[in-house]
Design a protein around this ligand. Structure first.
Ligand code: ZN
Ligand code: ZN
Length: 179
């Protein structure tokens, strides 16, 4: 029985490419995926000095909104996320944990002074969503260049990696009975 993924569209953020994200996650993980809106109290996670949101606190708030304890939940937001030791993060998750959170804030080409590119944005969002969910499904970082579990600090590294698991990661996914 595959573990379903619930995509939580946070605080009114519902991009028109949500369906493409849902299919991208479903394809990569071979699990059923559905999306629905969730309202979070973000005040506790906001850091006024940095004008960013603490990813770990936001994820903790999200986990209190789970509908199904058997599903993995992925929060999707456009808020700029950070953790205290880093300037920013694209997302955050717990290894083998119940959920993850991903932000599109720094996945937009406009953020880097480039023209909007929705195709590229969707591609990046799928990769980061699958990556963070991969951690929630128990995957650690993978050194393979074309693997979605490769770590990426900068958006250029997101562009270089694949949206799929490499053959070694796929085997461990199969062995774990997750697909
Ligand atoms: Zn990672
Ligand atoms: Zn891999």
């Amino acid at each position: 029985m595959p573990v379903p993924v619930h995509v939580a569209l946070l605080n009114g953020y519902a991009p028109r490419w949500t369906d493409a994200l849902v299919s991208g996650i479903a394809d990569a993980l071979s699990v059923p995926v559905e999306a629905f809106p969730v309202e979070l109290d973000t005040v506790v996670a906001f850091a006024p000095g940095r004008r960013q949101y603490h990813a770990t606190l936001l994820l903790a708030a999200l986990l209190r909104h789970r509908r199904d304890p058997a599903a993995k939940i992925l929060g999707l937001t456009s808020m700029d996320l950070f953790i205290p030791v880093l300037t920013f993060v694209f997302g955050q998750s717990q290894l083998d944990g119940p959920g993850a959170i991903v932000s599109t804030h720094r996945l937009h080409s406009e953020y880097y002074g480039l023209p909007p590119d929705e195709g590229r944005l969707v591609d990046r969002a799928i990769k980061e969503a699958v990556h963070e969910l991969g951690h929630a499904f128990g995957f650690v970082h993978c050194p393979e260049a074309d693997c979605v579990m490769r770590a990426s600090t900068y958006v250029e590294e997101v562009d270089l990696k694949a949206s799929e698991f490499c053959s070694r990661c796929t085997r461990s996914l199969e062995e774990a009975g997750r697909r």
